[in-house]
Design a protein around this ligand. Structure first.
Ligand SMILES: Cc1ncc(COP(=O)(O)O)c(C=O)c1O
Length: 366
């Protein structure tokens, strides 16, 4: 089976972890600080606050920006559950802004209609490794004095008009889950230029402690370990090379899809550098196989292929039970047609040829 994702971990990561183990200092310390500084510098931000996963980064970011009950955060409907759950965990409510049909990210043309007097923040998601169209989103948010938190959990190494994903809004959050463009095992980070947000996030991730056993606010324990940070420091050095490989693999796959009418490859929006966390194909209604038949056929051929999200987020039971609703016709139309095929940098040229041949067979009537 060619896996849909595979973390690339080698001797360098193993040596870095061994060094931490030998030191006996396992909890947040010097390596976490070094990783925060290195990652923030990579993105082009003044502060990095490392935490134990991407969900924690989003949660802490929203709290550090002062989100609370009675307020609303606008998010897109095509995303991972944490985009909505973290809003609810702050006591605020998620509202949904539909996606644009070409790139599946928050549609700036729909943002204005989604804003209410309760809207305190927007959280665009840089989906599948491509940033949302940030300039018009930022303009609309600034006009209403609304905060912008980028959910960049899928977009390490992506860029928008020459700036890195994560350097576009007021703050941004990344995940280092093992399937991501780089990993720390589990991990996350919040990056920002805002001194107050960074200071508040540092308190919230560590019991609100200002010094040992001195607690200024009620916080959590969301700290990153030294082991995770040591892996992250090694992985960060390799990120740009891996993203270049992902882009090269994506070009190959797009060429393989050329001529297969009814299978639409991902497209890169103007000014955007896609980092191809996922390579997502859309099956049009005219294609002889449904999305689920395609996924089954490719899986039978040993290609790790899977549907993308099963439904717009607001249809999840956990959200309906809390009376969170949405109506996003574009997301509803495309969600059942999207599927992911392997694009990761661990693919060999034989793997890529096998995928191309399997795609080609899909388009040939049996
Ligand atoms: C868009 C998005 N937001 C948030 C998260 C949460 O990150 P984590 O799994 O590290 O908690 C993820 C990760 O899967 C994600 O893809």
């Amino acid at each position: 089976m060619i896996p849909i994702a595979r973390p690339l971990l080698g001797d360098e990561e193993a040596d870095a972890v061994r060094e931490v183990l030998a030191s006996g200092a396992l909890a947040q310390g010097a390596r976490v600080k070094a990783f925060e500084e290195a990652f923030a510098a990579y993105v082009g931000r003044r502060h990095g606050v490392a935490v134990c996963n991407g969900t924690a980064a989003l949660h802490v970011a929203l709290l550090a920006h002062g989100l609370h009950a009675g307020q609303e955060v606008l998010i897109p409907p095509l995303t991972f559950f944490a985009s909505a759950s973290t809003v609810l965990l702050c006591g605020a409510r998620p509202g949904f802004v539909d996606v644009d049909p070409a790139h599946y990210t928050m549609d700036p043309a729909k943002l204005g209609a989604g804003m209410t007097r309760k809207t305190a923040a927007i959280m665009p998601v840089h989906l599948y490794g491509q940033t949302a169209d940030m300039d018009p989103l930022l303009e609309a948010a600034r006009a209403r004095d609304v905060r912008v938190v980028e959910d960049a959990c899928q977009a390490h190494g992506a860029a928008y008009r020459g700036r890195k994903a994560g350097a576009l809004g007021d703050s941004a959050c990344f995940s280092f889950y093992p399937t991501k463009n780089m990993t720390t095992g589990e991990g996350g980070i919040l990056v920002t230029d805002d001194d107050e947000v960074a200071a508040s996030a540092r308190l919230l991730r560590d019991h609100g402690q200002t010094s040992k056993y001195e607690h200024a606010v009620v916080g959590f324990n969301l700290r990153m370990t030294e082991i995770a940070a040591a892996i992250g420091l090694v992985q960060l050095k390799k990120l740009d090379g891996w993203v270049a490989r992902r882009r090269q693999n994506a070009r190959f796959l797009t060429k393989a899809l050329d001529g297969l009418e009814g299978l639409v490859p991902p497209s890169e929006g103007p000014g955007r550098t896609h980092s191809f966390y996922q390579y997502v194909v859309r099956a049009e209604p005219g294609f002889p196989l449904t999305r689920d038949e395609i996924v089954q056929t490719l899986a039978d051929e040993g290609i790790g292929c899977r549907p993308s999200y099963p439904m717009p987020l607001y249809k999840q039971k956990a959200l309906r039970d809390r009376k969170v609703f949405g109506r996003c016709p574009v997301a509803e139309q495309v969600v059942g047609r999207l599927f992911e095929i392997p694009v990761h940098p661990g693919l060999t040229s034989e793997d890529l040829d096998r995928i191309a041949e399997a795609l080609d067979r899909l388009g040939r009537p049996s």
